[in-house]
Design a protein around this ligand. Sequence first.
Ligand SMILES: Nc1ncnc2c1ncn2[C@@H]1O[C@H](COP(=O)(O)OP(=O)(O)OP(=O)(O)O)[C@@H](O)[C@H]1O
Ligand SMILES: [Mg+2]
Length: 387
Amino acid sequence: MYAAAHSVQVVEHLPKTKGEGFVLSQTKPAAKKVIAISGGKGGIGKTVLSAAMGIALAEKGKKVTVIDADISGPNLHLAFGLCPPPLTIREFFENRRMDLNQLLIDTFVPNLTLLAGAQDSLKICNMSFHLKQKFMANLRRLEAEYILLDLGAGTAYNQLDFFNMADMGIVVVIPDPLSVQDGYNFIRLSLYRRLTRVFRFVPDIQNIFQQTFNLINCGKNPTIKSISQQVQDLGEVYYQEWKKTIENFKLSLLVNRVKTSADFLECLALQIATQHLLDIDLKYIHFIHQDENIRRSVVQLRPDLLMPENGVAAKDIRHVVSEMILDEKETETKIKRGGEPENYIKPPKETFFCSYRCRHWNVGSCEFQNGGHPCPIPHVDENFRFY
Ligand SMILES: Nc1ncnc2c1ncn2[C@@H]1O[C@H](COP(=O)(O)OP(=O)(O)OP(=O)(O)O)[C@@H](O)[C@H]1O
Ligand SMILES: [Mg+2]
């Protein structure tokens, strides 16, 4: 109803060019140059997988830089067997004219450089949005073909913003309900942060967010579809922008430390929750086996053990890199699984399920088990919400 009056405002204020807002929400990036690795929870393998995927890309002859963007506990250098380097990301934030190329450190892998992280700087802990954009713009000027950003745990603005600014987002989870929940929260808040940034100058949409918050306080659980409907009622210009912002929020899931097929399936609850509550299709879902080589590599400071030629996890990681990152022909397939864990049980075709550990699973009230109905999604809603 306000479409005509507000369309000018939208056109004026919505970010249109690189650097003004989240680039992803407006344009389709030409290449997956900057890849952010996150997952909400700590200790799930973000750092070792960032290092390992960097190595796998470099093995394929790509020029790669891995960046330690974990402000609370930078340790990516350890995955490469390096002592804390004297030059870190801090130099850039303290002296913004610093050329990032001067901060890169060679690793034991040809073609792979590291930008080490720094923890003791208030400037980094509380970065302005503008400074983050500046950092991102500088990253894009690095010579590397692929830049992997190891983000720290948590859902602070730094993690959400870097995740949103990257060309590709990978969410890591492990088969543990706490990690699945944290992974979902990370996705939810990233999307919400993205929407609030894009529509930050549109009071009507800010009001909708506020009303949604009030609903939550009254014990309701609105989904993004119901909110989208309200945006549509405001006018087609807003709605198109809203839809585009959500559609461009593409991310992939890496299920790490998988031992059994049930482990892998456990994490697919995220697929249901993000689809149903956030309207997001996870683009790829892959798994990485639990592998003693990875633990030994960390414990013994032996980076050479991270990606041995025949390592179980190393094989998974090489597969992930060629499917998820290097595969140029993006098919329409919504979920592309990277092989199958041992004893993998295929879920019945076209059937949704939430979790083997769902409280309905073994007590006879699971509709999925009782006759193959699609799982009643509301069981998922008990644990996941939009806002
Ligand atoms: N696939 C795997 N197989 C065996 N062990 C693994 C695997 N992935 C990770 N680990 C173990 O998990 C530990 C934590 O990994 P890592 O430091 O990469 O987690 P993180 O998510 O980066 O943690 P933080 O949030 O603290 O930065 C590693 O030291 C390693 O021993
Ligand atoms: Mg880490």
